[in-house]
Write a protein that binds this ligand. Structure first.
Ligand code: NAI
Length: 341
Protein backbone atom coordinates (compact mmCIF):
# COMPACT_ATOMS: atom_id res chain seq x y z
CA UNK A 1 0.00 0.00 0.00
CA UNK A 2 1.19 3.52 -0.79
CA UNK A 3 1.83 5.78 2.14
CA UNK A 4 2.05 9.52 1.65
CA UNK A 5 2.68 12.45 3.95
CA UNK A 6 -0.16 13.10 6.38
CA UNK A 7 -0.17 16.80 5.43
CA UNK A 8 -0.22 16.47 1.63
CA UNK A 9 -3.21 17.22 -0.56
CA UNK A 10 -4.48 13.94 -1.90
CA UNK A 11 -5.59 13.78 -5.49
CA UNK A 12 -8.28 11.12 -5.76
CA UNK A 13 -10.43 10.00 -8.68
CA UNK A 14 -14.10 10.15 -7.72
CA UNK A 15 -16.64 8.03 -9.58
CA UNK A 16 -20.16 8.90 -8.39
CA UNK A 17 -21.67 5.90 -10.23
CA UNK A 18 -25.35 5.13 -10.85
CA UNK A 19 -28.53 4.73 -8.79
CA UNK A 20 -27.78 5.67 -5.17
CA UNK A 21 -24.11 6.26 -6.14
CA UNK A 22 -24.24 10.06 -6.61
CA UNK A 23 -26.21 10.70 -3.40
CA UNK A 24 -23.99 8.55 -1.18
CA UNK A 25 -20.71 9.75 -2.74
CA UNK A 26 -21.80 13.39 -2.18
CA UNK A 27 -22.33 12.74 1.53
CA UNK A 28 -19.16 10.69 1.87
CA UNK A 29 -17.04 13.39 0.22
CA UNK A 30 -18.55 15.97 2.61
CA UNK A 31 -17.65 13.78 5.61
CA UNK A 32 -14.15 12.95 4.36
CA UNK A 33 -13.47 16.66 3.95
CA UNK A 34 -14.75 17.31 7.47
CA UNK A 35 -11.90 15.14 8.81
CA UNK A 36 -9.54 17.98 7.86
CA UNK A 37 -7.68 15.90 5.30
CA UNK A 38 -7.12 17.85 2.08
CA UNK A 39 -8.41 16.26 -1.10
CA UNK A 40 -8.43 17.29 -4.71
CA UNK A 41 -11.20 15.23 -6.27
CA UNK A 42 -11.11 14.42 -9.96
CA UNK A 43 -14.69 13.48 -10.77
CA UNK A 44 -15.30 11.14 -13.65
CA UNK A 45 -18.37 9.42 -15.03
CA UNK A 46 -18.64 5.72 -15.78
CA UNK A 47 -21.46 3.57 -17.11
CA UNK A 48 -24.72 4.56 -18.73
CA UNK A 49 -24.36 8.28 -18.03
CA UNK A 50 -20.82 8.29 -19.41
CA UNK A 51 -22.11 6.60 -22.55
CA UNK A 52 -24.75 9.28 -23.05
CA UNK A 53 -22.16 12.01 -22.78
CA UNK A 54 -19.04 10.45 -24.34
CA UNK A 55 -20.36 7.39 -26.23
CA UNK A 56 -18.03 5.32 -24.03
CA UNK A 57 -18.91 3.38 -20.88
CA UNK A 58 -15.49 4.05 -19.41
CA UNK A 59 -14.28 7.34 -20.87
CA UNK A 60 -10.60 7.69 -21.62
CA UNK A 61 -10.46 10.49 -18.99
CA UNK A 62 -11.36 7.97 -16.30
CA UNK A 63 -8.52 5.61 -17.23
CA UNK A 64 -6.12 8.55 -17.35
CA UNK A 65 -7.33 9.91 -14.03
CA UNK A 66 -6.92 6.61 -12.16
CA UNK A 67 -3.62 6.03 -13.89
CA UNK A 68 -2.41 9.41 -12.67
CA UNK A 69 -3.82 9.32 -9.11
CA UNK A 70 -3.50 5.56 -8.39
CA UNK A 71 -6.39 5.86 -5.94
CA UNK A 72 -10.12 6.15 -6.54
CA UNK A 73 -13.32 6.27 -4.52
CA UNK A 74 -16.13 4.71 -6.48
CA UNK A 75 -19.89 4.64 -6.12
CA UNK A 76 -21.71 1.57 -7.44
CA UNK A 77 -22.50 1.29 -11.13
CA UNK A 78 -25.40 -0.49 -12.77
CA UNK A 79 -24.56 -3.45 -14.98
CA UNK A 80 -27.31 -4.50 -17.42
CA UNK A 81 -28.66 -8.02 -16.90
CA UNK A 82 -28.53 -10.60 -19.70
CA UNK A 83 -27.12 -8.21 -22.32
CA UNK A 84 -25.71 -4.73 -22.75
CA UNK A 85 -22.20 -3.62 -21.91
CA UNK A 86 -19.51 -5.52 -20.00
CA UNK A 87 -19.29 -4.73 -16.27
CA UNK A 88 -17.42 -1.50 -15.56
CA UNK A 89 -16.17 -3.06 -12.32
CA UNK A 90 -14.70 -6.11 -14.01
CA UNK A 91 -13.08 -3.94 -16.67
CA UNK A 92 -11.47 -1.53 -14.20
CA UNK A 93 -10.29 -4.30 -11.87
CA UNK A 94 -8.65 -6.14 -14.76
CA UNK A 95 -7.20 -3.04 -16.44
CA UNK A 96 -5.52 -1.77 -13.27
CA UNK A 97 -4.67 -5.30 -12.03
CA UNK A 98 -6.56 -4.77 -8.80
CA UNK A 99 -6.22 -8.43 -8.00
CA UNK A 100 -7.25 -8.42 -4.35
CA UNK A 101 -10.78 -7.62 -3.28
CA UNK A 102 -10.65 -6.89 0.44
CA UNK A 103 -13.87 -6.93 2.44
CA UNK A 104 -13.85 -6.72 6.23
CA UNK A 105 -17.10 -7.75 7.94
CA UNK A 106 -17.48 -6.38 11.45
CA UNK A 107 -20.40 -5.36 13.65
CA UNK A 108 -21.07 -1.74 14.43
CA UNK A 109 -21.95 -0.99 18.06
CA UNK A 110 -25.59 -0.53 18.96
CA UNK A 111 -27.05 -2.45 16.01
CA UNK A 112 -29.18 -5.41 17.02
CA UNK A 113 -27.98 -8.59 15.30
CA UNK A 114 -28.31 -12.35 15.55
CA UNK A 115 -24.53 -12.47 15.16
CA UNK A 116 -22.67 -10.24 17.63
CA UNK A 117 -18.87 -10.15 17.64
CA UNK A 118 -18.37 -10.92 13.96
CA UNK A 119 -14.86 -10.25 12.68
CA UNK A 120 -14.46 -11.85 9.27
CA UNK A 121 -12.20 -10.86 6.43
CA UNK A 122 -13.07 -11.84 2.87
CA UNK A 123 -10.24 -11.94 0.35
CA UNK A 124 -11.60 -12.45 -3.14
CA UNK A 125 -9.56 -13.00 -6.30
CA UNK A 126 -10.61 -10.12 -8.50
CA UNK A 127 -9.33 -10.69 -12.03
CA UNK A 128 -10.38 -14.09 -13.35
CA UNK A 129 -12.75 -17.05 -13.03
CA UNK A 130 -16.24 -17.24 -14.56
CA UNK A 131 -17.03 -13.80 -13.05
CA UNK A 132 -15.16 -11.99 -15.84
CA UNK A 133 -17.88 -13.20 -18.22
CA UNK A 134 -16.02 -14.72 -21.17
CA UNK A 135 -19.01 -16.18 -23.00
CA UNK A 136 -20.20 -16.79 -26.52
CA UNK A 137 -23.02 -18.49 -28.35
CA UNK A 138 -21.70 -21.67 -29.95
CA UNK A 139 -24.90 -22.22 -31.97
CA UNK A 140 -28.35 -20.77 -31.24
CA UNK A 141 -29.53 -22.26 -27.96
CA UNK A 142 -26.05 -23.24 -26.79
CA UNK A 143 -23.84 -20.84 -24.87
CA UNK A 144 -20.32 -21.48 -23.67
CA UNK A 145 -18.98 -19.66 -20.62
CA UNK A 146 -15.27 -19.99 -20.03
CA UNK A 147 -13.74 -20.11 -16.57
CA UNK A 148 -10.05 -19.35 -16.59
CA UNK A 149 -8.02 -19.98 -13.45
CA UNK A 150 -4.28 -19.45 -13.54
CA UNK A 151 -1.53 -20.49 -11.15
CA UNK A 152 -0.20 -16.94 -11.32
CA UNK A 153 -3.39 -15.23 -10.13
CA UNK A 154 -4.25 -17.97 -7.61
CA UNK A 155 -0.78 -17.84 -6.05
CA UNK A 156 -0.80 -14.03 -6.04
CA UNK A 157 -4.11 -13.82 -4.13
CA UNK A 158 -3.07 -16.57 -1.69
CA UNK A 159 0.22 -14.73 -1.05
CA UNK A 160 -1.75 -11.54 -0.43
CA UNK A 161 -4.06 -13.28 2.06
CA UNK A 162 -1.32 -15.05 4.02
CA UNK A 163 0.98 -12.03 4.11
CA UNK A 164 -1.92 -9.89 5.33
CA UNK A 165 -2.82 -12.47 7.98
CA UNK A 166 0.72 -12.59 9.34
CA UNK A 167 1.13 -8.82 9.30
CA UNK A 168 -2.18 -8.17 11.04
CA UNK A 169 -2.22 -11.02 13.53
CA UNK A 170 -5.03 -13.01 11.93
CA UNK A 171 -4.96 -16.68 12.77
CA UNK A 172 -6.80 -18.76 10.21
CA UNK A 173 -7.50 -18.89 6.47
CA UNK A 174 -10.05 -21.11 4.75
CA UNK A 175 -9.97 -21.59 0.99
CA UNK A 176 -13.55 -21.85 -0.28
CA UNK A 177 -13.94 -23.94 -3.40
CA UNK A 178 -15.91 -26.46 -5.46
CA UNK A 179 -12.98 -28.68 -6.42
CA UNK A 180 -15.08 -31.84 -6.12
CA UNK A 181 -16.82 -30.74 -9.34
CA UNK A 182 -14.49 -28.10 -10.84
CA UNK A 183 -11.62 -30.51 -10.39
CA UNK A 184 -9.13 -28.76 -12.62
CA UNK A 185 -9.88 -25.06 -12.13
CA UNK A 186 -10.75 -25.02 -8.43
CA UNK A 187 -8.23 -27.83 -7.99
CA UNK A 188 -5.49 -25.50 -9.29
CA UNK A 189 -6.71 -22.67 -7.04
CA UNK A 190 -6.46 -25.00 -4.05
CA UNK A 191 -3.03 -26.38 -4.97
CA UNK A 192 -1.67 -22.83 -5.20
CA UNK A 193 -3.21 -21.90 -1.84
CA UNK A 194 -1.76 -25.05 -0.23
CA UNK A 195 1.71 -24.27 -1.59
CA UNK A 196 1.55 -20.77 -0.15
CA UNK A 197 0.11 -22.06 3.15
CA UNK A 198 3.22 -24.24 3.62
CA UNK A 199 5.30 -21.07 3.93
CA UNK A 200 3.05 -19.81 6.74
CA UNK A 201 2.99 -22.53 9.42
CA UNK A 202 1.87 -19.87 11.94
CA UNK A 203 -1.46 -19.47 10.09
CA UNK A 204 -3.98 -22.31 10.40
CA UNK A 205 -5.13 -23.37 6.93
CA UNK A 206 -8.42 -25.08 6.08
CA UNK A 207 -10.60 -25.80 3.06
CA UNK A 208 -14.38 -25.97 2.73
CA UNK A 209 -16.69 -26.59 -0.20
CA UNK A 210 -18.59 -23.44 -1.08
CA UNK A 211 -22.06 -24.96 -0.62
CA UNK A 212 -21.16 -26.32 2.80
CA UNK A 213 -19.60 -22.93 3.63
CA UNK A 214 -23.00 -21.23 3.18
CA UNK A 215 -24.51 -23.57 5.75
CA UNK A 216 -21.50 -23.34 8.08
CA UNK A 217 -21.55 -19.54 7.92
CA UNK A 218 -25.21 -19.30 8.86
CA UNK A 219 -24.92 -21.82 11.70
CA UNK A 220 -21.51 -20.82 13.09
CA UNK A 221 -19.67 -17.95 11.38
CA UNK A 222 -17.28 -17.72 14.34
CA UNK A 223 -15.35 -20.77 13.13
CA UNK A 224 -13.93 -18.61 10.31
CA UNK A 225 -11.36 -15.84 10.46
CA UNK A 226 -10.36 -15.13 6.84
CA UNK A 227 -12.00 -16.56 3.73
CA UNK A 228 -9.97 -16.89 0.53
CA UNK A 229 -12.19 -17.23 -2.53
CA UNK A 230 -12.26 -17.20 -6.28
CA UNK A 231 -14.03 -14.27 -7.90
CA UNK A 232 -17.61 -15.55 -8.23
CA UNK A 233 -17.74 -17.35 -4.88
CA UNK A 234 -16.36 -14.20 -3.25
CA UNK A 235 -19.05 -12.09 -4.86
CA UNK A 236 -21.83 -14.30 -3.50
CA UNK A 237 -20.43 -15.03 -0.05
CA UNK A 238 -19.76 -11.30 0.53
CA UNK A 239 -23.48 -10.49 0.40
CA UNK A 240 -24.28 -13.39 2.72
CA UNK A 241 -21.71 -12.16 5.24
CA UNK A 242 -22.98 -8.56 4.97
CA UNK A 243 -26.25 -9.80 6.45
CA UNK A 244 -24.45 -10.84 9.69
CA UNK A 245 -23.66 -7.23 10.54
CA UNK A 246 -26.79 -5.41 9.36
CA UNK A 247 -26.84 -5.65 5.58
CA UNK A 248 -25.36 -4.25 2.43
CA UNK A 249 -25.61 -0.66 3.60
CA UNK A 250 -22.70 -1.24 5.97
CA UNK A 251 -19.96 -3.34 4.43
CA UNK A 252 -16.94 -1.65 2.83
CA UNK A 253 -14.49 -2.91 0.28
CA UNK A 254 -11.24 -2.19 -1.49
CA UNK A 255 -9.87 -3.39 -4.81
CA UNK A 256 -6.13 -3.49 -4.31
CA UNK A 257 -3.24 -3.89 -6.73
CA UNK A 258 0.49 -3.40 -6.34
CA UNK A 259 0.35 0.38 -6.56
CA UNK A 260 -3.26 1.25 -7.33
CA UNK A 261 -6.52 0.97 -5.40
CA UNK A 262 -10.21 1.57 -5.92
CA UNK A 263 -12.36 1.82 -2.79
CA UNK A 264 -16.03 0.93 -3.06
CA UNK A 265 -18.86 -0.59 -1.05
CA UNK A 266 -19.89 -4.24 -1.49
CA UNK A 267 -23.41 -3.18 -2.50
CA UNK A 268 -24.72 -2.21 -5.91
CA UNK A 269 -26.56 0.81 -7.27
CA UNK A 270 -29.83 -0.11 -5.44
CA UNK A 271 -32.16 1.33 -8.10
CA UNK A 272 -35.15 0.47 -5.87
CA UNK A 273 -34.22 3.25 -3.43
CA UNK A 274 -32.27 5.66 -5.66
CA UNK A 275 -32.97 9.40 -5.51
CA UNK A 276 -35.00 9.21 -2.28
CA UNK A 277 -32.37 10.30 0.26
CA UNK A 278 -32.85 7.01 2.14
CA UNK A 279 -29.74 5.03 1.12
CA UNK A 280 -27.24 4.26 3.84
CA UNK A 281 -23.85 5.80 2.98
CA UNK A 282 -22.04 3.85 5.74
CA UNK A 283 -20.60 1.16 3.43
CA UNK A 284 -19.01 3.74 1.13
CA UNK A 285 -17.98 5.81 4.14
CA UNK A 286 -16.25 2.80 5.69
CA UNK A 287 -14.57 2.26 2.31
CA UNK A 288 -13.42 5.87 2.75
CA UNK A 289 -11.91 4.87 6.11
CA UNK A 290 -9.97 2.12 4.32
CA UNK A 291 -8.87 4.73 1.77
CA UNK A 292 -7.67 7.10 4.49
CA UNK A 293 -5.51 4.29 5.91
CA UNK A 294 -4.21 3.55 2.43
CA UNK A 295 -3.12 7.14 1.78
CA UNK A 296 -1.39 7.37 5.15
CA UNK A 297 -4.05 9.43 6.96
CA UNK A 298 -4.24 7.04 9.89
CA UNK A 299 -5.30 9.58 12.48
CA UNK A 300 -8.21 10.80 10.32
CA UNK A 301 -9.16 7.19 9.56
CA UNK A 302 -9.32 6.34 13.27
CA UNK A 303 -11.25 9.53 14.13
CA UNK A 304 -13.74 8.88 11.36
CA UNK A 305 -14.19 5.24 12.35
CA UNK A 306 -14.85 6.32 15.93
CA UNK A 307 -17.34 8.98 14.75
CA UNK A 308 -19.28 6.35 12.78
CA UNK A 309 -19.31 4.11 15.86
CA UNK A 310 -20.59 6.99 18.02
CA UNK A 311 -23.50 7.64 15.66
CA UNK A 312 -24.44 3.95 15.72
CA UNK A 313 -24.01 3.72 19.50
CA UNK A 314 -26.35 6.69 19.96
CA UNK A 315 -28.98 4.97 17.76
CA UNK A 316 -29.87 8.47 16.52
CA UNK A 317 -29.79 9.59 12.90
CA UNK A 318 -29.64 6.07 11.46
CA UNK A 319 -31.05 5.27 8.04
CA UNK A 320 -34.08 3.05 7.69
CA UNK A 321 -32.27 -0.09 6.47
CA UNK A 322 -30.83 -0.32 10.00
CA UNK A 323 -34.03 0.59 11.82
CA UNK A 324 -33.78 4.40 11.86
CA UNK A 325 -35.76 7.15 10.17
CA UNK A 326 -32.98 9.54 9.08
CA UNK A 327 -32.14 10.33 5.50
CA UNK A 328 -28.77 9.89 3.80
CA UNK A 329 -27.87 13.55 4.37
CA UNK A 330 -29.00 13.63 8.02
CA UNK A 331 -26.83 10.59 8.74
CA UNK A 332 -23.94 12.47 7.15
CA UNK A 333 -24.62 15.53 9.34
CA UNK A 334 -24.59 13.32 12.44
CA UNK A 335 -21.20 11.78 11.53
CA UNK A 336 -19.75 15.26 10.95
CA UNK A 337 -21.11 16.40 14.33
CA UNK A 338 -19.59 13.31 15.98
CA UNK A 339 -16.24 14.07 14.31
CA UNK A 340 -16.25 17.54 15.81
CA UNK A 341 -17.06 16.41 19.37
P1 NAI B 1 -27.83 -3.95 -4.63
O1 NAI B 1 -26.67 -4.20 -3.73
O2 NAI B 1 -27.83 -2.69 -5.40
O3 NAI B 1 -29.18 -3.98 -3.75
C1 NAI B 1 -29.61 -5.13 -3.04
C2 NAI B 1 -30.58 -4.71 -1.93
O4 NAI B 1 -29.85 -4.01 -0.90
C3 NAI B 1 -31.65 -3.73 -2.42
O5 NAI B 1 -32.86 -3.99 -1.73
C4 NAI B 1 -31.12 -2.36 -2.01
O6 NAI B 1 -32.11 -1.40 -1.77
C5 NAI B 1 -30.36 -2.69 -0.73
N1 NAI B 1 -29.20 -1.79 -0.56
C6 NAI B 1 -28.05 -1.83 -1.27
N2 NAI B 1 -27.24 -0.84 -0.88
C7 NAI B 1 -27.90 -0.15 0.09
C8 NAI B 1 -27.58 0.99 0.86
N3 NAI B 1 -26.41 1.63 0.72
N4 NAI B 1 -28.52 1.44 1.75
C9 NAI B 1 -29.68 0.81 1.91
N5 NAI B 1 -30.02 -0.30 1.20
C10 NAI B 1 -29.15 -0.76 0.29
O7 NAI B 1 -27.94 -5.21 -5.57
P2 NAI B 1 -28.84 -5.43 -6.88
O8 NAI B 1 -30.17 -4.79 -6.73
O9 NAI B 1 -28.76 -6.88 -7.09
O10 NAI B 1 -28.03 -4.72 -8.04
C11 NAI B 1 -28.36 -3.43 -8.57
C12 NAI B 1 -27.32 -3.04 -9.61
O11 NAI B 1 -26.05 -2.81 -8.97
C13 NAI B 1 -27.06 -4.09 -10.69
O12 NAI B 1 -26.97 -3.43 -11.93
C14 NAI B 1 -25.70 -4.69 -10.33
O13 NAI B 1 -25.00 -5.15 -11.44
C15 NAI B 1 -25.02 -3.49 -9.71
N6 NAI B 1 -23.93 -3.82 -8.77
C16 NAI B 1 -22.85 -2.98 -8.78
C17 NAI B 1 -21.83 -3.16 -7.90
C18 NAI B 1 -20.69 -2.21 -7.94
O14 NAI B 1 -20.69 -1.26 -8.71
N7 NAI B 1 -19.66 -2.42 -7.13
C19 NAI B 1 -21.84 -4.27 -6.91
C20 NAI B 1 -23.06 -5.04 -6.95
C21 NAI B 1 -24.06 -4.83 -7.86
Amino acid sequence: MTVQSATAEHQVTLIPGDGIGPEITRVVVRILEATGVKFRWEESLAGAEAYERYKEYIPKELYLSIDRNRVALKGPVTTPIGGGFTSINVTLRKYFELYANFRPIQNLPGLPTHYPGIDLLIIRENTEGEYVGIEHEVVPGVVESIKIITAKASTRIAEFAFAYARQHGRKKIHSIHKANIMKMSDGLFLRCARDVAKKYPDIVYGEHLVDNTCMQLVTNPYQYDMLLLENLYGDIISDLCAAFVGGLGLVPGANLGEDCAIFEAVHGSAPDIAGKNIANPTALLQSGVLMLHHIGETDAANRLHRAIEKVYESKQSLTRDVGGTAGTNEFGDAVIAALEN
